[in-house]
Design a protein around this ligand. Structure first.
Ligand code: 6PG
Length: 226
């Protein structure tokens, strides 16, 4: 079953624009209520435009100092590699706004999946619940680096060695951590996602269905909404 708040939007740009608005609104509310905003970023290409818009439209946010950034997953690539999820967010957004570096927590995937997962579990343990978790979805229904057929056992963060989406080595927040938040925002764009979305809608046990809570907001591009 898809979340009750599923919004079908015209195209990927509309998804990014609404995602930016929702993230900014969640940040304002969290900072007003709790003086801080703990945000978990999604990887891959889908959220890149959202990150670019956050840099452009929230530039005047004097509250950048209250933002705390985490990642849902990272690929085991060298620091600074263009394929790292942290690099994608850095180039599109984080390099252009004044979030204090001590409040940006990339997953140290360059250490190797096992030590990085152990270290990141320690990083996030004291930060739960997150205020907002962003999730993408792959064409097989995976999210973060939680892939079909993997039980997802383990702690708050898990090492992945055989990811079907290269690179094989990854680190991912696990289901309990991705769900331990005040709200979730799932972004799905790309016609290749239509089958996975249909599987999720049909109630299949795909990773995104395990990770997304019933109260998540799902923004989906019309081209893949079926
Ligand atoms: C990754 C991402 C992954 C991504 C989906 C969708 O490291 O690849 O974390 O989970 O969110 O695969 O990828 P696209 O947004 O590129 O379609």
């Amino acid at each position: 079953m898809l979340p009750s708040d599923t919004r079908v939007l015209a195209d990927a740009e509309a998804v990014a624009a609404q995602a930016c608005r929702l993230i900014a609104a969640a940040a304002r509310a969290a900072i007003e209520e709790r003086k801080g905003f703990r945000l978990v970023l999604a990887g891959g290409s889908t959220p890149r435009r959202t990150y670019e818009l956050l840099a452009q439209t929230v530039r005047e946010a004097k509250d950048w100092a209250a933002w705390e950034i985490f990642w849902g997953d990272e690929r085991c690539l060298p620091v600074g590699h263009p394929g790292r999820n942290s690099r994608i967010a850095h180039d599109a957004w984080l390099a252009h706004v004044a979030i204090p570096a001590r409040q940006v927590h990339p997953i140290p995937a360059e250490l190797g999946a096992v030590p990085a997962a152990a270290a990141y579990a320690g990083t996030v343990r004291g930060q739960l619940p997150f205020d907002l978790v962003l999730l993408g979805m792959g064409e097989d229904g995976h999210t973060a680096s939680l892939f079909p057929g993997r039980a997802g056992e383990g702690g708050l963060a898990v090492a992945v060695h055989d990811a079907p989406k290269p690179p094989a080595g990854r680190v991912s927040l696990n289901y309990p951590a991705l769900r331990d938040c005040r709200s979730q925002l799932v972004l799905v764009t790309g016609t290749g996602k239509a089958a996975a979305l249909a599987a999720w809608r049909a109630g299949d046990d795909v990773p995104i269905a395990r990770a997304a809570r019933g109260d998540a907001v799902l923004l989906v591009e019309r081209a893949c909404a079926g």
